[in-house]
Design a protein around this ligand. Structure first.
Ligand code: RIB
Ligand code: CA
Length: 313
């Protein structure tokens, strides 16, 4: 199967990030050029370690993992241990990683890769706060036209926020970075809460991972069983939203999703709505359409893809 996507995953694992990484590593259509960790769900020293744990779980210890920003551009770091647990990867008992963290800063890796690879061939897949991506764009503005596309999980509009009434976690943690990314002119595909909240880890879907009977399948079920409890209690649903794998699933099967090109602007002034993604879904302004905003998903097809590819690890 030919590689159709060469990607850098920027991430703050987090159980849902972990499942996204497993999906990417289990899909031959995708070449993971590197994984860059950012502070978010838990501090950087944990997100980078968790990224390495997941690469080893996938049997891919040769994957290059870099540590990036330790805090947002302007605001203090806000983390989410209440959702992800103290380690950020509560659920399975994964061993301390043996694979080394790569030397050098994640932002330098992103810039150097984009400047070295043929223009338009590398996709960035941010799954956490956008601090590393914004820093890369500031460090070397020439990367912007070289990025094939940015496919990110973040934001929310009709669904509101999950961290404040107005803002989703990834954007709320670093709204200034998100503002830089959404103004960059780089083609963006956005997976907001409006679509991820339709991809619930129901009991039946988690059982399908456990029934794989593999170490990766059972660990995935254990991660999701831990991860979903917070949102099940909050929303009263069977299962919690599986956010980050939507990014990788779109690369593999874009027809699982539907949405429309819109303007997305990020609130960075008002404390009340800080980090809100204002989506001009009905085109009532003349603001540039800077993102393809997804709103619907074939959830059964999404989970079938996840089980198939994670089952291959
Ligand atoms: O709001 C959900 C997002 O915040 C996901 O990426 C989750 O991993 C956390 O980073
Ligand atoms: Ca994440």
């Amino acid at each position: 199967m030919t590689t159709s996507h060469r990607i850098i995953i920027d991430t703050d694992p987090g159980q849902d990030d972990a499942v996204a990484i497993l999906l990417a590593l289990g899909s031959p259509e995708i070449e993971v050029l590197g994984i860059t960790a950012v502070a978010g769900n838990v501090p950087l020293r944990l997100t980078e370690k968790n990224a390495r744990k997941i690469c080893e779980l996938a049997g891919r210890p040769e994957t290059r993992v870099y540590a990036g920003a330790v805090r947002p551009l302007v605001r203090p770091l806000v983390t989410a241990e209440a959702v992800h647990g103290k380690t950020g990867l509560n659920g399975p008992d994964l061993p301390e990683p043996k694979m080394r963290l790569c030397d050098g800063h994640a932002v330098d890796f992103i810039v150097e890769t984009l400047m070295a690879e043929e223009a338009g061939t590398v996709t960035l897949c941010p799954l956490g706060p956008l601090t590393n991506i914004a820093l890369a764009l500031i460090r070397e503005p020439r990367i912007a036209p070289r990025i094939r596309q940015i496919v990110l999980m973040g934001g929310g509009f009709f669904e509101g926020g999950n961290t404040t009434p107005a803002a989703e976690f990834n954007i709320y943690v670093d709204p200034h970075a998100a503002d830089i990314v959404f103004r960059s002119g780089v083609p963006i595909v956005m997976m907001p809460l409006d679509v991820t909240h339709k991809a619930l880890t129901t009991g039946r879907r988690i059982a399908a991972f456990r029934d794989l009977g593999t170490r990766v399948g059972v660990a995935t079920a254990e991660m999701l069983e831990f991860f979903e409890r917070f949102d099940e209690a909050k929303y009263g649903t069977d299962g919690g939203p599986l956010h980050d794998p939507c990014v990788i699933a779109w690369l593999l099967k874009p027809d699982l999703f539907s949405g429309r090109e819109c303007n997305v602007s990020v609130e960075i002034a008002s404390e009340l709505t800080m980090g809100m993604t204002v989506v001009d879904w009905w085109g009532v302004t003349k603001r540039p359409k800077n993102a393809m905003v997804m709103r619907d998903i074939d959830a059964d097809g999404f989970f079938a893809l996840l089980v198939e590819r994670i089952g291959s690890l």
